[in-house]
Write a protein that binds this ligand. Sequence first.
Ligand code: FAD
Length: 469
Amino acid sequence: MALLAALREIAGEGAVLTAPADRAAYETDWRQLSHHQALCVVLPQSTAEVAAIVKLCAAHGVAIVPQGGNTGLVAGGVPAPGGNQIILNLRRLHQIRALDPVGDTITAEAGATLHAVREAAARANKLFPISFGAEGSAQIGGIISTNAGGMQVLSYGSTRAQVLGLEAVLADGRIWNGLSALRKDNTGLDLKQLFIGAEGTLGIITAVTLRLYPAPSAQACALAGVADVAAALELFTRLRHQCGPALTLCEFIDGPAMQLGAAHTPGGRLPFGASAYVLLELSALDAAATPAATLERLLVETLESGLTQDAVIAQSTREAQGFIAMREAVSEGELREGGAVKHDIAVPLAAIPETVAAIETLVAAKYPGCRLNIFGHLGDGNLHINIRPPAGQTLASLAARKTAITTDVEALAVARGGSFSAEHGIGQFRLAGMRAHKSAVDLDLMRALKAALDPQNLFNPGKLLPAKD
Ligand SMILES: Cc1cc2nc3c(=O)[nH]c(=O)nc-3n(C[C@H](O)[C@H](O)[C@H](O)COP(=O)(O)OP(=O)(O)OC[C@H]3O[C@@H](n4cnc5c(N)ncnc54)[C@H](O)[C@@H]3O)c2cc1C
């Protein structure tokens, strides 16, 4: 009670939610698989409030689960089992503090949504290039803490590449002001890197300065039909060779996943049937460039050679947005249709076809009847391998085999020089992968950093680092 009263003192009466009905949505992850109680949800409005809350929780020995938009797919932003913790949701800390059109930077508070930052950039005729289906809810603090990827990593890099400076609250309640907008600063260790991809285990990000880019003057988007992932990879390789960084998006979506996406997109309609699809975007900065003509010429060549089976170039921005919306709706569609055992692997590009073939063989042999959805960021070697239960069965029917499925799929990727977690992070759901695939030295270094920055294990316990054996 003393803690709750003190939290209300800091953040205000209405900013501390204790009723189970008020807490429920914050305690449950996006996939609705993890539900553990928090003492309360606190909604601070300033960095100073965050610092005061951290000091208070440290004094009471109460852990803090930092939370952004709660769109994470590995249950990193919701409580782990164990009780004595509060959720600190950053959504009220959401101002855009500054936009520098000369230096091409934007400074935003952690709770600003990705969409709000992209919109603020667009109003200044700039681009913030991180983009994915959950951008209306995902927050800047969340995307930095997970080092999110998305659809344009191909040209611009992941979130880590966009961060110039950070402000964070440390475990002792001090505010670290690293909000630099400099592109060069070799003055010792680059401390901001500690917090990027740390999933809220080392500090609470309260504000950030991000890189912006010139907005493209023209773009063209196309949907191509291909026989399989090997053909998709060849298409990517050809286009990348001819277009370089102007190829700003190259997504692979297999037929079943695309049908799911179309079915769950308002007005969604696939322009043609195919066993697999590749979604492409070419961008140009030069006002005289004609990316639609370039894309058409290149796709005609691939149609003539038989590499692609069909292709449609969007005739309007609205049609292009419709193609992208169908791709983005795949995850939501899966969830609405009962969920899947999800994976987020990356492999070297050349290993994609054999990895997918090995996964198809595995599923047919060990998990017959299960339905595979394979889609993802082809140009990054990052595929989501999602396994749905046999038709007519619920996800619960896979409960006993879920761990074995994930162990098998992740091992296939790692054996080919890949990663078991490409862009979603570790959270609670990938801890077994950390244990299985990270070396003892990797884990020791991570534990040493955790002990140095958060000796009380105050920030996000039970996430990212597996417990010691
Ligand atoms: C439909 C859909 C599509 C998606 N597509 C992609 C995709 O293409 N690429 C991709 O990478 N991800 C994708 N995701 C996953 C998810 O959106 C990202 O992981 C996103 O970065 C999470 O942001 P969030 O604000 O929702 O964070 P949350 O889910 O709230 O939290 C994620 C992690 O960050 C920590 N955290 C949050 N805010 C802070 C803070 N201020 N300080 C310190 N730690 C913090 C949390 O403790 C947690 O560990 C998708 C999710 C959905 C639902």
